[in-house]
Design a protein around this ligand. Structure first.
Ligand code: NAP
Length: 493
């Protein structure tokens, strides 16, 4: 990746202070980076709450987009997002705008940061897919009381994240990559990550690879975290799992992250804007400082990165000896509690000192995966449309609706095979007790199983049903390469 160099020979980085505690943490990291001797210059731009307030609904103004397009490297504070209502996350917008498809979230045991796991040498990294999955935020109200979120996972996205995980492991000299997925339940979406992982792992024989179901992965992470090195996973799994892993080593105040794309990289802490601490100069800036270390390595400033990491480790060792520390560690009311700025000063004073006991990895540049950008990344050799799932909003019972839809299809090449309710077969009746809602996907299949459904037949079937019932969503049932591209409902034979 080529960087923009200023006339004074420094690499230009877009700096987004962010919301809540963001400006304090980012200022701390910026001061230490500058003091480390790294050749970095900043272009300050904004995103998030201050931008929403200006009436820019995306939270990311054009001048910020232009700066990122130019510098291609960002150090960013957390951005606040209204929870459960209002504007979309400006974070997610930034990640998606610049296709930063991989989110690297390392955690390691740190000197003097006492946890129930102290002494077990936790040193692991969650590599989270960052632009697909439920976090694409494609949501639709299906009926006034039923919401839907689409979980889109692509083979291309899986190849990129899996290759990034293996390349990252190589760059840090790590020994194993585990893939955590929920492929036992979501066989197409989560299963795609597992299948891709198992294929690509063969290209990395020097690295041990294994699959673990994500719920067991969380169980194992709490029980025996030291068994993990790199974990690659889908977006939402990775988001939840990486908050868990940060708690294993002392909390969100210590968890850095990098959003990596082929063109742009955005560096930020895992934590959010923690509004209750905003402006108080009390929060722990270590996560953003260690994010700064990752940024420097990305810029090729390996020496300054080493220096910074050693200074952090040395400062934490000194804190352990003196009983001092940030409020999240020693308590905000403790007289030995560091102000954010004092802690930053202590790290700056320790630049050049080394930790004797705590290792700093010898990191090489990551070889970024080269994956085709073709939209039709996977082509089918054969395909056939064999039916549709038509989602109907109805207050009728499953039996009454099923009978009505079946009758409306008399004379159509399509017949009603099954009616489901939140994934469970409810018509024809199975004897199961299902508390139905007013959202009934009806599976219509060709009466002649050898025939292909035409567009005209599809439109005719929808028209017949729409004459009597309200429909909200239609899904084609397709067969690719002789394999059904749709799952059966729970209870369907
Ligand atoms: P949060 O801001 O991460 O804060 C949760 C808790 O974690 C805090 O109350 C605090 O715990 C602790 N914490 C976080 N950062 C800390 C630090 N640097 N030093 C010490 N303690 C720290 O999560 P949230 O409250 O769920 O989210 C707040 C806002 O941030 C939301 O609008 C959310 O959307 C946004 N957010 C943004 C990003 C991002 O920009 N990448 C990421 C996550 C969330 P105690 O209360 O126990 O002291």
């Amino acid at each position: 990746m080529a960087f923009v160099t200023t006339p004074s020979g420094k690499k230009l980085v877009t700096l987004i202070p962010g919301d809540g505690i963001g400006p304090e943490c980012v200022e701390s990291a910026k001061r230490i980076i500058e003091a480390s001797g790294a050749k970095v210059e900043w272009e300050v731009r904004h995103a998030g709450e201050s931008v929403f307030k200006q009436g820019i609904a995306s939270g990311v103004p054009q001048e910020t987009i232009e700066s990122v397009c130019k510098t291609r490297v960002v150090l960013k504070g957390p951005l606040g997002t209204p929870v459960g209502y209002g504007e979309k996350s400006a974070n997610v917008t930034l990640r998606k705008l610049f296709e930063t498809y991989g989110n690297i979230r390392p955690v390691r045991e740190l000197p003097g940061i006492k946890t129930p796991y102290s002494g077990r040498n936790i040193d692991l990294v969650v590599v989270r897919e960052n632009v697909e999955d439920l976090y694409a935020g494609i949501e639709h109200m299906q009926t006034p009381g039923v919401a839907q979120c689409l979980k889109l996972i692509s083979r291309k996205g899986c190849e990129k994240i899996v290759r990034l995980a293996f390349e990252f492991a190589r760059s840090e000299g790590r020994k194993s990559v585990a893939c955590a997925s929920k492929s036992n339940i979501m066989k197409f979406t989560e299963g795609m990550l597992k299948r891709t992982f198992e294929e690509i792992a063969k290209e990395y024989p020097d690295i041990q690879s294994w699959h673990v179901i994500v719920d067991n992965c969380c169980h194992q992470l709490v029980k025996k975290p030291e068994q993990f090195d790199v974990i690659v996973t889908t977006n939402m799994n990775g988001d939840i799992m990486s908050d868990l892993t940060s708690a294993l080593i002392g909390g969100l105040g210590f968890a850095p992250s990098a959003n990596i794309g082929s063109d742009v990289a955005i560096f930020e802490a895992v934590h959010g804007s923690a509004p209750k601490y905003a402006g108080k100069n009390v929060i722990n800036p270590t996560a953003v400082i260690m994010t700064g270390v990752m940024l420097l390595r990305h810029l090729g400033e390996f020496e300054a990165a080493q220096k910074m990491e050693h200074a952090v480790l040395h400062t934490l060792e000194q804190n352990a000896a003196s009983g001092r520390g940030t409020g999240d560690i020693v308590g905000y009311d403790n007289p030995k509690c560091f102000k954010t700025s004092e802690y930053t000063d202590a790290i700056i004073a320790n630049l050049g000192k080394r930790s004797e006991k705590w290792r700093v990895r010898d990191v090489k540049p990551i070889k970024l995966p080269q994956v085709s950008t073709a939209p039709d990344f996977v082509k089918a050799t054969s395909r056939k449309t064999v039916g549709i799932d038509l989602h109907i909003e109805s207050s009728l019972s499953a039996d009454a609706l099923g009978k009505s839809v079946a009758a409306l299809l008399e004379g159509s090449p399509l017949l009603l095979k099954v009616v489901t309710n939140r994934g469970t077969k409810v018509y024809p009746a199975t004897g199961a007790v299902t508390d139905c809602v007013d959202h009934y996907p009806c599976r219509l299949m060709m009466r002649d199983s050898n025939a292909e459904l035409t567009e005209a037949q599809l439109a005719d079937a929808v028209q017949r049903i729409a004459a009597k019932h309200r429909w909200s969503h239609i899904e084609k049932l397709q067969v690719f390469n002789d394999q059904p591209g749709y799952t059966k409902s729970q209870g369907e034979d």
